[in-house]
Design a protein around this ligand. Structure first.
Ligand code: HEC
Length: 137
């Protein structure tokens, strides 16, 4: 991992995720504890795999769209889980939203080994839900 992403990761772990989790207040303590572990697992996957092409900003210069606030733009959580499992199949199926994002980026998101496991897809979605929309930073 390079120095920049290491720093980003430390920053995120120290400030961002706890703050994001505080925003998730209102859940019962048990649910919150469970979701914290899920989110931490999702965060780990994000910084290991997804960060090659994505940032957590809403707008970014990376190879793929920034994933901050992504749950507000995708058609549904179910759509997101299907996309993560097999993005190419989603584009090929003729799904309108998948085709529109595919048209916006020269690179295509590949079908990823780590996303073939349902528990990993769920962890990523939990993490992405708890990352607030951050258009400016
Ligand atoms: C090799 C580059 C690459 C990797 C690795 C990658 N993606 Fe992507 N992703 C893309 C591209 C490019 C797009 C835009 C759609 C397209 O062209 O396929 C995209 C689109 C998305 C979208 C839809 C975003 C939107 O604006 O609606 C989500 C969500 C997403 N990726 C999540 C992930 C997650 C989570 C991971 C890690 C498990 C990941 N991606 C790994 C390249 C990548």
């Amino acid at each position: 991992m390079d120095e920049r992403s290491r720093r980003a990761r430390t920053l995120l772990g120290t400030f961002f995720l706890p703050a994001a989790l505080m925003l998730a207040g209102g859940f019962s303590p048990e649910i919150r504890a469970q979701s914290t572990a899920e989110a931490a697992k999702g965060q780990k996957i994000f910084f290991k795999v997804c960060v090659q092409c994505h940032t957590l900003k809403e707008k970014s210069q990376a190879s793929g769209p920034g994933l901050g606030g992504v749950l507000n733009r995708v058609p549904s959580e179910e759509w997101l889980l299907k996309w993560l499992e097999d993005p190419e199949a989603m584009v090929d199926s003729g799904d309108a939203y998948a085709q529109s994002i595919a048209d916006d980026y020269p690179l295509d998101m590949p079908k990823l080994e780590v996303m073939q496991k349902e528990s990993n897809r769920e962890a990523i979605v939990t993490f992405l839900k708890e990352v607030p929309d951050a258009p400016e930073n």
